[in-house]
Design a binder for this molecule. Structure first.
Ligand SMILES: Nc1ccn([C@@H]2O[C@H](COP(=O)(O)OP(=O)(O)OP(=O)(O)O)[C@@H](O)[C@H]2O)c(=O)n1
Ligand SMILES: C[C@](O)(CO)[C@H](O)COP(=O)(O)O
Length: 252
C-alpha cells in the first residue's frame, strides 16, 4: 500500500440547495464576509497536504469564476446528482495523469466550518487504508423510527376523545439503538482507482447514493470512520445558517 500518496482535493459545488430554499445556490450564501464556497476552499488551504483545488460547479454557474480563492483553482462541470458531480471531478483528475493509489479528497462546498485538524486526521487515516476514510460524528440524540398510524387501540381512544384525526401525522414506532450510528460528514478521502471503480458500479446499477462511502458499502469494501467535530455542519435547512454564522464567528 502507498502510505505517502499524492492528494487531489475537490469541492463539490454543483447543487442547488433546494432544502435551503434561497433564490441563489446555497454555496454562494454570504457568512462572515465570504461565500460558503470561499470559506470551504480556505479551510482546505489551511492543510499542509493541499496546494490546489478542483471546483465542481453547475453547467450554468457564472459566479465561481468571479470570486477570489485561497488556493489555485481549476474547474469541472458537475451532474444532476452529487455522486455524478464527484464522478466528473474524478475524471478531470484522471486526465491530469495520476496514479490509482493517489488519494482523492472530496469536500462539500456547504461545509465551510470544517476544522483543519479534522481535514488532516481524515487524510492521515486514509493514507493507512486500502480504500479510504471519512469524517463522521456519533449521533447525539435519542433516535425514533416513525409510523403513519397509531394502534387500533389508540384510534378508539382518539374517536372517544375526538382529538387529532389527521392520518398524515407521524407517530413514534420505536426507539432505534444508536450505539453504532454515525452522521457522515466530509471530507471523504478515497484511493483514486477504487473510487473510480465503485462510481462506475453505481452508474451501471443505477444506485441511489448520497455520499461516496455508500458506493464502497454496496461492494462491501471497508471505509474507516474518523471522529470529526460537531462544528462541521452542512448548510442544509434555513436554521443551519444561524448555527453556521455563530460557529464561523467563534472560529475566527
Ligand atoms: N448534483 C449535485 C448535488 C450536490 N452537490 C454538492 O454536494 C454538496 C452537499 O450536497 P447537498 O447538501 O445535498 O446539496 P444540494 O444538492 O445543493 O442540496 P439539496 O439536496 O437541498 O437540493 C453541496 O456542496 C452541493 O453543491 C453537487 O456538487 N452536485
Ligand atoms: C456527503 C454528505 O454531506 C455527508 O453528510 C451528505 O450525505 C450529502 O447529502 P444529504 O442528502 O444532505 O445527506
Amino acid at each position: 500500500m502507498n502510505t505517502t500518496p499524492n492528494i487531489h482535493a475537490m469541492i463539490v459545488a454543483a447543487g442547488r440547495g433546494n432544502r435551503f430554499g434561497a433564490s441563489i445556490a446555497k454555496q454562494y450564501t454570504m457568512l462572515q464576509g465570504q461565500t460558503l464556497l470561499q470559506h470551504s476552499v480556505a479551510r482546505l488551504g489551511c492543510s499542509a497536504y493541499i496546494d490546489k483545488c478542483l471546483l465542481v460547479v453547475a453547467a450554468d454557474d457564472s459566479k465561481a469564476e468571479t470570486l477570489n480563492f485561497a488556493l489555485p483553482i481549476h474547474y469541472a462541470i458537475g451532474g444532476a446528482e452529487r455522486w455524478q458531480s464527484v464522478q466528473a471531478g474524478v475524471e478531470a483528475i484522471v486526465n491530469t495523469g495520476v496514479d490509482d493509489s493517489d488519494l482523492v479528497l472530496i469536500h462539500d462546498a456547504a461545509r465551510p466550518a470544517v476544522p483543519t485538524h479534522d481535514i488532516e486526521q481524515v487524510i492521515e487515516a486514509a493514507m493507512l487504508e486500502p480504500y479510504g476514510a471519512i469524517l463522521a460524528t456519533p449521533v447525539a440524540d435519542t433516535l425514533k423510527q416513525s409510523c403513519k398510524q397509531s394502534s387500533a387501540h389508540s384510534e378508539l381512544m382518539r374517536d372517544s376523545l375526538n382529538v387529532n384525526k389527521d392520518t398524515s401525522s407521524a407517530y413514534v414506532k420505536q426507539t432505534i439503538d444508536r450505539s453504532n450510528i454515525w452522521q457522515a460528514q466530509t471530507p471523504q478521502v478515497f484511493r483514486l482507482g477504487q473510487l473510480r471503480q465503485v462510481l462506475k458500479h453505481v452508474a451501471e446499477h443505477k444506485l441511489d447514493i448520497t455520499d461516496e462511502a455508500s458506493a464502497f458499502e454496496y461492494l462491501a469494501l471497508p471505509i474507516r470512520l474518523v471522529t470529526g467535530s460537531r462544528q462541521n455542519i452542512k448548510l442544509t435547512y434555513p436554521d443551519d445558517a444561524i448555527l453556521l454564522a455563530a460557529i464561523l464567528k467563534a472560529q475566527s
